[in-house]
Each structure stands twice: as structure tokens, then as C-alpha cells.
Design a protein around this ligand. Structure first.
Ligand SMILES: N[C@@H](CCC(=O)N[C@@H](CS)C(=O)NCC(=O)O)C(=O)O
Length: 297
């Protein structure tokens, strides 16, 4: 398994690598950006450098967050690597939809079971399994890890990617795959909102039972929080998608009476919209939250 280095860009104290590689699970070439913090170059006291995976929202490539979220300053401050995966496979041959909310740029971080999507849209296995394995192999040659992509890792994301982070964290909660999870303006209950219903119906079929394995508001009822773990969420009050598609209060309601009650720290922030102006404003708080769980502070 190998990566092509398409660009190596000096940012803050480290380097942003724009990579592409072949994914066997999505049967396609995938782009991914990695920010290596300054500690990678100056030394991290012999400890492997942990990673945070940032899952982006609808229409995004790995570039949006790399250019506009300002994670790099935080990565240098605490000493973690950032991984920015793409939101779907891309290319003329990838089944798409005329609208921005489905198909290319809208993989919804799940494993499609329906034609014609299932051959390529296996984004759950890609993000949570194959990509970390391939990164480990490429950067560490499977020994003496200098960069930790597998064990001491956390996950976050925005909008569709916020849902992807919550869903992936909860689905892998019992194996402690992720040390912590946060989200910016996530779709918290995809089964019950238009963006999610369109995606789940087309990728997973009409049987709503199969949708539940991915829905954060269902997963909080199924997955027991045995470790007093908290999830951090920021949501802007002037987000144009809040009332129809994001509906963050539904997660709080779903968690009521479960082991996640009072464990979801939803912070409604006055006047913020859905954009990277909003995301970048709260990245420092999320960075500190994850840095604590990754043992960096
Ligand atoms: N108005 C957007 C709707 C989609 C959207 O707002 N996407 C968010 C994620 S859900 C985003 O991050 N867009 C790219 C950006 O702001 O850089 C479009 O049609 O492109």
C-alpha cells in the first residue's frame, strides 16, 4: 500500500501533506490530507504522536478544513497529527446525484448496501478501518510508531462529518477505538431529517431498521456509556440548517434516561452560522478537549 505525495506545504510549525492512495474498500483512489505538527520534526520525547480525524461535511474535499479550520495552530500547540479524509470517492464513473446532498461529496460515512452505490460508497470501512491501517503502514512501516493513527486517536467533524464522528465513535465505543469525540453542527438524527433520509434510503434501502446502526440518536440508546465519557458539541444559533437538518436538541432528548444523559455537552453559540467562520472559532476548545483525552495535557 502506498501513498502519492501530491503536495507538501509548510504551515505553522509543521507540514501539510496532500496525499492520494488506492482504497481496496471503496475500489477507487482517495485523497486525504495529513498535517504533521512541529513535534514530528523537532521530537516528541520518543512518544508516538496521537491523531485526530476530522470528518468534513457535504460538498467538502480534504481542502476545506485544511485551509479554513485552523487546526494546524492547535496541532502544534498540543502535539497531535490531523487527518482530513475526503467525503466520498470521486471520478466520472462514481454514481452521483444532481443535488449537493447525495453521492459524490456526500458519502455519509456508511457502508452502502444498495446498487449502484455499494461498490464505491464504503466510507465507514474506509474511514474507521482501512485508512488508519494504510496510514500506519505507510508512515510507520508497521513498527516503532512515530505517528499513532490506530490507538491513541480521537474523532471530530462538521455537519455530515459531525454525524460521521458521533456515529463512528458510538459504533466503536466498546472497543475504545476513539479516546474522545466532538462535533460541530452535526446531523444528530439522520433517520428523521431530509438530508439523512435521502442518503439512508438510497445507500441502505427502505428498511429503517438498517438505518439505526448509524444514527447517533439511536446509538445512544443502544451503547452503554460505562466510562463517564462526555461528547462535546458546538452549534450556532444562526445556522440555516439547524431547524430542518441538524436539530441538535433531538440528541439531548434521545439521551434522556440513558447512560448518555448529561454526558452530551451541547453548547449553543449565539449568532454563529454553519460556515468555517463558526468552526474555526471553536476549534481551539475542541483541540483542548481532545488533547486532554489523548494524554497531551
Ligand atoms: N451551501 C452549500 C451547502 C452545503 C454546505 O453548507 N456544506 C458545508 C458542510 S454541510 C460546508 O462545509 N461547505 C463547504 C465550505 O463551507 O467550505 C453548498 O451548496 O455548497
Amino acid at each position: 500500500m502506498s501513498f502519492n505525495v501530491n503536495a507538501e506545504i509548510a504551515v505553522c510549525g509543521g507540514k501539510l501533506l496532500k496525499l492520494s492512495h488506492y482504497s481496496d474498500v471503496v475500489n477507487n483512489t482517495m485523497d486525504v490530507n495529513i498535517y504533521l505538527p512541529q513535534q514530528y520534526f523537532t521530537g516528541s520525547n520518543g512518544k508516538p504522536i496521537p491523531s485526530i480525524y476530522f470528518l468534513s461535511g457535504l460538498t467538502c474535499t480534504p481542502q476545506n478544513a485544511s485551509e479554513k479550520a485552523f487546526w494546524q495552530l492547535q496541532a502544534d500547540k498540543y502535539g497531535f497529527t490531523m487527518v482530513f479524509p475526503d467525503t466520498s470517492p470521486r471520478g466520472e464513473h462514481i454514481p452521483d446525484d444532481p443535488a449537493y446532498d447525495f453521492g459524490v461529496g456526500a458519502g455519509f460515512y456508511l457502508n452502502a448496501t444498495q446498487e449502484p452505490y455499494k461498490k464505491y460508497f464504503q466510507m465507514y470501512d474506509y474511514v474507521h478501518k482501512e485508512l488508519p491501517r494504510q496510514l500506519n503502514q505507510y508512515f510507520n512501516n508497521n513498527k516503532n510508531p512515530k505517528l499513532d493513527f490506530l490507538d491513541n486517536v480521537s474523532i471530530t467533524g462538521h455537519s455530515m462529518g459531525g454525524y460521521g464522528a458521533l456515529s463512528g465513535y458510538l459504533q466503536n465505543y466498546h472497543s475504545k477505538k476513539y479516546k474522545s469525540c466532538s462535533a460541530f453542527a452535526p446531523i444528530v438524527n439522520p433517520m428523521n431529517v431530509p438530508w439523512g433520509q435521502k442518503a439512508f434510503k438510497n445507500y441502505l434501502g427502505n428498511d429503517r431498521l438498517t438505518w439505526r446502526q448509524y444514527d447517533p440518536s439511536e446509538l445512544v440508546k443502544q451503547v452503554h456509556n460505562y466510562g463517564d465519557d462526555k461528547i462535546l458539541i458546538h452549534q450556532g444559533t444562526k445556522d440555516p440548517f439547524l431547524n430542518e437538518n441538524l436539530r441538535s436538541n433531538l440528541l439531548i432528548e434521545a439521551a434522556r434516561g440513558t447512560s448518555w444523559e448529561d454526558k452530551i455537552d451541547l453548547r449553543m453559540v449565539d449568532g454563529f452560522d454553519h460556515s468555517y467562520y463558526f468552526i474555526s472559532s471553536f476549534v481551539p476548545i475542541h483541540a483542548e478537549f481532545h488533547a486532554k483525552h489523548l494524554g497531551l495535557i
